[in-house]
Design a protein around this ligand. Structure first.
Ligand code: FMN
Length: 283
């Protein structure tokens, strides 16, 4: 089975590990915002049972420094480049998308509409998607939260607003307390929970959205093996992203690609044709 494999945003620094980035079918940047951000205070990563918690808080250099410094270096990798975009209002998302629209090296924009570690924009995900759609003609993927009660309805709303695809799922909010002190392990308190425990949650989200909208879906959440990836494909994903697993196994993409290729008896994507990443990107 040939399924494009990406990294999940924020889980790989391609400039620090270019050889790892070259194992991917597309590289997704950490979320970029209009202004530079230092992120939340440390500690902001913790290992917990069945995964990890992070409260990075969208640390990034801001769109100006990203475009002038990081982007030219990323373009030299020779890997299709997806840029993840965040913001605190629809206008901010639109500004960043407008800047990226001028950048030839950017193939796709992923709207991070679901970071659990920062304040949310006042506008809805659909309003933000509509503003971003007006600002760029590049393919737009909406990255949604597994904590959304009616995710299928949200998927329909962002599709109507102009999204070309969905990225499912972001982390889900979790809290770890130090048993000795009863205090949160992360300085911010709660963080985003990622890793193996997310897999069935991601499968449910992908399955619900695949039946609600006719958009390609990048599936992520706890993927660490070919069998995990095959499950998200069976649920309706047409591409897979790997996040937390990359910290323990930087070459996970190559391994998972090989495991998927030799998968026997993998069920086909449920009731839908699985569109390829390239088709999705040229939408
Ligand atoms: C350390 C860390 C940083 C992350 N940063 C971002 C980010 O900047 N933007 C984003 O959309 N998602 C971010 N995520 C979420 C991942 O992209 C992914 O959606 C989530 O971790 C689920 O996949 P996984 O279980 O394979 O890690 C981050 C996750 C981790 C663990």
């Amino acid at each position: 089975m040939s399924v494009p494999i990406l990294n999940a945003s924020g889980c790989l620094d391609a400039l620090v590990a270019p050889d790892v980035a070259r194992t991917l079918d597309a590289f997704v940047t950490k979320t970029v915002t209009l202004l530079p951000r230092e992120g939340n205070p440390p500690p902001r990563i913790a290992e917990v049972e069945h995964g990890m918690l992070n409260s990075i808080g969208l640390q990034n250099p801001g769109i100006d420094a990203f475009v002038s410094e990081a982007l030219p270096a990323l373009a030299e990798l020779g890997v299709p480049l997806w840029v993840s975009v965040g913001g605190f209002s629809a206008r901010e998302y639109a500004h960043v998308c407008e800047r990226l629209d001028e950048c030839e090296d950017v193939t796709t924009i992923e709207l991070n509409l679901s970071c659990p570690n920062v304040e949310e924009a006042a506008e809805t995900a659909a309003e933000i998607t509509r503003a971003a759609r007006a600002a760029t003609s590049k393919p737009l993927y909406a990255k949604l939260s597994p904590a959304t009660w009616d995710l299928a309805a949200l998927a329909r709303a962002v599709a109507e607003a102009g999204a070309d695809g969905l990225s499912l799922v972001n982390t889900i909010r979790g809290l770890a307390l130090d048993p000795a002190t009863g205090r949160p392990v992360l300085a911010r308190g709660a963080g985003g929970y990622s890793g193996p425990a997310l897999l069935p949650i991601a499968a449910a989200c992908i399955h619900a959205c695949a039946h609600a909208v006719d958009l390609p879906i990048v599936g992520m959440g706890g993927v660490a093996s070919g069998a995990d990836a095959a499950m998200l494909v069976a649920a309706g994903a047409s591409a897979i992203a790997i996040g937390t697993a990359l910290f323990a196994d930087p070459l996970a993409a190559e391994r998972i690609r090989a495991e998927l290729a030799s998968a026997v008896g993998t069920p086909p994507a449920a009731d839908r044709d699985s569109r390829s990443l390239s088709q999705a990107s040229s939408a």
